[in-house]
Design a protein. Structure first.
Length: 173
């Protein structure tokens, strides 16, 4: 459910003229920052609802569920294999009708501070000496760190420019 947030702020001409300390000069930036913080908190709230399963959708299943093919079978660390599993799940995602493919292009890896170093290691470029050492995910996914994510959960988000955004979630116990 989408909520609407608003506030009213009024200034008199006299208050603007007498603003020697520039208290109102930075108002727009502060309000934009507050809006971004509210939006981020709302998103994290959705992602972490119901112990990380997310909100219940109209089909009766949680946002992240086996029924939606967007939840890892078991908790796991961020590795080449688990990112590969997430990519396969996203690219083989079906549309609303449950039959037609709605392949999603993985774009962003979202982690909390506890997983940041682990994510950076798996996404970094390496000078491989053998084909087995090549990091297939270097340069493929962007990393976003959300300080409100306190656990070991991590998410892969699709590129909305190519298809509807679909998320894949891993819980790491």
């Amino acid at each position: 459910k989408i909520g609407t947030y608003a506030g009213i702020f009024s200034l008199t001409r006299q208050a603007i003229i007498n603003d020697d300390l520039d208290a109102f000069g930075d108002w727009a930036r502060k309000m934009a920052l507050a809006a971004a913080e509210t939006e981020a908190a709302q998103l994290v709230g959705l992602l972490t609802a119901a112990s990380g399963a997310g909100p219940t959708m109209s089909d009766g299943n949680a946002l992240f569920s086996v029924a939606h093919s967007n939840l890892a079978a078991s908790p796991t660390a961020i590795t080449t294999d688990t990112l590969s599993d997430a990519r396969i799940a996203m690219r083989t995602q079906t549309g609303i009708d449950g039959r037609s493919l709605a392949p999603v292009v993985p774009k962003t890896l979202l982690v909390g501070p506890k997983k940041e170093t682990e994510a950076e290691k798996i996404l970094s470029s390496l000078s491989a000496t053998t084909a087995d050492d090549v990091n297939t995910f270097a340069g493929k996914l962007g990393l976003e760190v959300e300080p409100r994510l306190s656990g070991n959960q991590w998410f892969v988000f699709g590129d909305a420019a190519f298809a509807p955004v679909i998320e894949y979630s891993y819980l790491n116990g």
